[in-house]
Design a protein around this ligand. Structure first.
Ligand code: SF4
Length: 281
């Protein structure tokens, strides 16, 4: 375990400031993400240096298509998440405790160099909640001339985000829905919380946006257009990745109707030049 960043001890509890949940955690307990634990009045990251998956992927698989196209990227993930989407596509590492093995930041960076890869992606589960491992690796990678990419749900507080952005080069940020009520049901807070992350990140790095179109969550065409308007006001050059949902984990609705997918893509194209339709078999 590694002592966590962004916490304080007050009134008999640890108060974590890494993400907008702001958990107040008692001795021996963990935060909502299940991976930050209080021991002797200190907060520790329990997934530090614990890797659940490591692969070489095409950058387009992140998905990122407007930055270093055609390149390969070393992709690493750990376990845990600070949201609770019942349709999570990676639930076996975000909601469950997978098999992991130890890997230091040095080992990750030197593996990237050995493989001749230009960049590392922090991905698979939510990287915000393996922040300590990510920023340590990203700093070292940065020193060695390797680029850093974060694939995230955007549910992170401003101070840790700004610190991290000093070492990141590109992000894919996943927007789950247009509705605050639905965001709350998914374990988040508000749409604006994620739009704020998108706005801050896009002033410093290359940012692309992912939207998984899930029935009952993000498949209202009119509401999606309102969301596109908001994104357009932040940056009219965003690349959008609109993906089709398939039943997964605890969500058993039928796959998203293809006509709805195309209608949403059409609305997106009113605002953005590049709108990628994904997962359409
Ligand atoms: S990172 Fe984890 S412990 Fe910290 S506020 Fe978020 S959910 Fe709570």
């Amino acid at each position: 375990m590694k002592e966590a960043l962004y916490y304080e001890y007050t009134e008999g509890r640890v108060h974590c400031h890494l993400c907008p949940h702001h958990c107040k955690i008692k001795e021996g307990q963990v935060g909502r993400c299940q991976v930050r634990k209080v021991v002797d009045n200190k907060l520790y990251s329990i997934n530090y240096r614990k890797i659940s998956a490591i692969h070489v992927d095409p950058i387009e698989k992140k998905p990122i298509i407007g930055w270093k196209p055609g390149s390969k990227i070393l992709s690493i993930g750990s376990f845990g998440c600070n949201l609770y989407c019942p349709f999570c596509q990676n639930y076996h590492i975000s909601m469950e405790k997978p098999f992991t093995y130890q890997m230091t930041s040095d080992e990750i960076v030197y593996k990237t160099l050995d493989l001749g890869l230009p960049s590392i992606a922090y991905t698979y589960n939510e990287p915000t909640i393996f922040y300590e491992m990510m920023i340590e690796t990203a700093k070292l990678a940065n020193e060695k001339g390797i680029k850093n990419v974060m694939v995230t749900n955007g549910f992170i507080e401003e101070e840790p985000l700004l610190n991290l952005l000093n070492y990141l080069d590109a992000l894919n940020i996943d927007l789950k829905t247009y509705s605050d009520d639905i965001y709350k049901r998914l374990g988040g807070t508000t749409v604006n919380q994620i739009l704020r992350t998108i706005q801050i990140a896009s002033t410093k790095c290359h940012v692309e946006i992912s939207l998984l179109i899930v029935p009952g969550v993000s498949d209202d065409v009119v509401e999606m257009e309102k969301l596109f308007e908001k994104l357009y006001k932040i940056n009219k050059n965003f690349i959008l990745h609109i993906s089709r949902y398939y039943p997964m984990y605890k969500y058993h609705e039928r796959p998203t109707d293809l006509e709805i997918m195309r209608a949403i893509q059409k609305k997106a194209l009113k605002y953005f030049e590049k709108v990628n339709l994904g997962n359409v078999r």
